[in-house]
Design a protein around this ligand. Structure first.
Ligand code: NAD
Length: 326
């Protein structure tokens, strides 16, 4: 069986492909070929993939390119769709590419999957589609109420994907996951930004009062959940994927300072992000009871592994930081 994985030169998609090809997961589910489609935006890094693996084919290209997508879909049995513009701050500065990639790109893939009778389509969405949740936790039945342009574009693509199931009976499965962290995350997101800045002896910018709350999941646990949804989920079903570690940004900053042996003098308070959602929280009972999803990493061990990776892999992130600050 051949799998098309979009966006797998990025953070989560590449972790998913590494998991498939190095842990026996591909063999276990009869996957013999994995094609990665990625147009290598600033957020990608080909070093994230082992291109010498004969089961892996890398294609540089745009998910909005219908002809290219059609050519790849002809040889595809199942799709796992990670490709997206993923940084909220960039969507606030300019939403254009977010609508193009996240909405039009997803529609292009869905149409092609339909034309070619693709057997399964896993769409990777996010908890941000539910909007800010002041108390309690979002269930899969809750209405979507996205606030940032990023979240709105993800909500649009999430609903489009589900509409192809309802309208065309395409086997679409949607995951909505909390904040991920781990090795190889582009150093504009809070955890790698703070770790790399602190490792460099610099300071770190904390938004507003620092009391916005997020739930954190180690990236490999997200990948195993996506794989459970692909192999054991049900068509047309949405699965919330929670992390179980809810922290305010202030609490998170405290953990990152401690990991780097730094103190609060390194923290700079900056004006809040526009429209900053106060809190995300997921009820992931469905993924736990129906699929047996259980994160293997608690926050302490996940953060230790993440810190160690950024500490030991300056070659990976220093050029990216230089480009960000140029
Ligand atoms: P990322 O920004 O690290 O990677 C995105 C990848 O998509 C990059 O390799 C990029 O080159 C590729 N890409 C972008 N536009 C493309 C296009 N037009 N054609 C082909 N490839 C394109 O993102 P990530 O953090 O790995 O997130 C992956 C997915 O998971 C996204 O859909 C995101 O919305 C979702 N998600 C992320 C998180 C998180 O905490 N990072 C949480 C929940 C869900």
């Amino acid at each position: 069986m051949n799998l098309l994985v979009t966006g797998a030169a990025g953070f989560i998609g590449s972790a998913y492909v590494r998991m498939l090809l190095t842990t026996g997961a591909a063999q276990a589910s009869g996957v013999c070929g994995v094609t990665v489609l990625d147009n290598l935006t600033y957020a990608s890094n080909l070093d994230n993939l082992d291109l010498s693996d004969p089961r892996l084919t890398f294609v540089r290209g745009d998910i909005c390119d219908a002809r290219l997508v059609d050519r790849l879909m002809e040889k595809t049995d199942q799709v796992v769709h990670f490709a997206a513009e993923s940084h909220v701050d960039r969507s606030i500065a300019s939403a254009d590419v977010f609508v193009r990639t996240n909405v039009t790109g997803t529609q292009t893939l869905l149409d092609s999957a339909l034309r070619h009778g693709t057997k399964r389509f896993v769409h990777v969405s996010t908890d941000e589609v539910y909007g800010s949740v002041e108390s309690g936790s979002s269930t899969e039945q809750d209405a979507l109420d996205p606030n940032s342009p990023y979240a709105a574009s993800k909500a649009a693509s999430d609903l489009l994907a589900l509409s192809y199931h309802r309208t065309h009976d395409l086997d679409v499965r949607v995951t909505r996951c909390t904040n991920n962290y781990g090795p190889r995350q582009f150093p504009e997101k809070i955890i790698p930004l703070f770790l790399t800045s602190l490792l460099d002896g610099g300071d770190v910018p904390l938004y507003g009062d620092g009391l916005n709350r997020r739930d954190w999941l180690y990236v490999d646990d997200h990948c195993r959940a996506v794989e459970l949804v692909r192999t054991s989920g049900s068509p047309g079903r949405v699965y919330n994927i929670g992390g179980g570690t809810e922290l305010s940004n202030r609490e998170l900053t405290g953990h990152l300072l401690a990991a780097c042996g730094a103190d609060w003098s390194r923290v700079r308070y900056v004006p809040d992000r526009k429209g900053h959602d106060r809190r995300y929280s997921l009820d992931d009972t469905r993924a736990r009871t129906e699929l047996g999803h259980r994160p293997r990493h608690d926050f302490a061990s996940g953060l230790a592994a993440t810190f160690a990776w950024y500490h030991d892999n300056r070659d990976w992130w220093e050029p990216l930081k230089r480009r960000l600050t140029a």
